[in-house]
Design a binder for this molecule. Sequence first.
Ligand SMILES: Cc1cc2nc3c(=O)[nH]c(=O)nc-3n(C[C@H](O)[C@H](O)[C@H](O)COP(=O)(O)OP(=O)(O)OC[C@H]3O[C@@H](n4cnc5c(N)ncnc54)[C@H](O)[C@@H]3O)c2cc1C
Length: 410
Amino acid sequence: MGETNWAGNQLFTAERILRPRTVEQVQEAVAAAPAVKALGSRHCFNDIADCPDGVQIDLSGLESAAGLDADAATITVPAAARYGDIAGQVHAAGFALANLASLPHCTVAGTVATATHGSGRRNQSLASAVSGLDLVTADGELKTYSHHDGVVVGLGALGVVTRLTLDLVPAFELRQDVFDGLPWESAYTRFEEIQDAGYSVSMFTNWARDTIDQVWVKGAGQPGEDFFGAKAADGPRHPAHAAGIPGGNCTRQLGVPGPWHERIPHFRLGFTPSVGDELQSEYFVPIRHAIAAMEAMRGIGHLLAPVLLTSEIRTVAADELWLSPFHGGDRMALHFTWRPERDEVRALLPVMEERLAPFDVRPHWGKLFHRAADYPRLADFRALATELDPGGKFRSPFVRRHVFGEVKSS
Ligand SMILES: Cc1cc2nc3c(=O)[nH]c(=O)nc-3n(C[C@H](O)[C@H](O)[C@H](O)COP(=O)(O)OP(=O)(O)OC[C@H]3O[C@@H](n4cnc5c(N)ncnc54)[C@H](O)[C@@H]3O)c2cc1C
């Protein structure tokens, strides 16, 4: 069995994985290879990190330490640092990252390359915290970028990022409260209030039951025992609790205050995040379409539920990053954690995308989807990729298909 992604559904077809120890070795490896792709912690669910007949570059052995600049309120980290690795250092210095994903296991470079996000009406994607990065381009040159909206969500198509600088905010505490059984009527009529009820709010459903299974509220204050008709949970919950998964690998709940990095992710670093044996998809629609998009998914709830472990509804604030799904406006995120049933999931994706098409839908770059979206700055991104990589050594089948539109999506 060859190398695979984290979920095991994607067999990598690269000839070799190189593990350079210095930036110079990265430069030499990129310059010498006919086809290259950087590899993070492999948490994507599609072929975005694969490099057929070329080399994948794993930067986890790069000899480089994180450097925190308290005056500038930034931290510069090696590309393969995981959020869970740097959070303690950031917190100890009195700072925080404004937001985190549901898991702290992913590399910073791999996370921002796909515009990975958490939740929160005023929280942007994790890519928005990037204020600078170093990029090894096709000819082996090391370029440094500062506040460039085109390079951050790079999908691995522009080069190999060796380090990144992230903006920090003052450290803060949060408590996490989970509520069971939110009436759909509340979600429809008070969506904005519910999302505003915490720093980060997530709703979990299988789209077929009469109520939303759980609402997770990560905030400063006690949201009360009755949350828009949902009842405070009587014990720790797992997002897929309704599918029988126990809450053991989750961050502390039941309203106990704790540091930002131990409350914002749903899952703890030392444990398998989510379920493990699963697939994932995620779609983003503008907030103004939130209710209609939820209704559209409920309309096919009978098709979704048999294949779902759980589904998460979140919000993400707008940014200006060229290939960010949140480019140009705040969006609602509809995430799907599937049972590992590839054929069933593959058959459902076009059906879901057709239902969501009227709502200017954009898929998550790192999860399973059928058709990529058009982006206002797509032509600029293509031009940048061509300028940095005229020979196309970073132009993998995924990039050809979904960015350059060269082959129809499968
Ligand atoms: C259990 C689980 C929970 C998740 N939760 C969330 C969530 O809450 N929110 C969310 O938005 N997503 C979530 N995801 C998706 C995940 O955050 C993304 O797939 C993310 O991109 C994975 O990062 P990675 O380090 O594993 O990158 P990989 O999957 O290894 O690579 C992803 C992309 O980044 C590129 N890349 C990696 N390193 C570099 C580099 N040094 N230079 C240039 N390009 C590079 C690769 O070439 C590839 O294109 C989850 C995934 C899992 C498995």
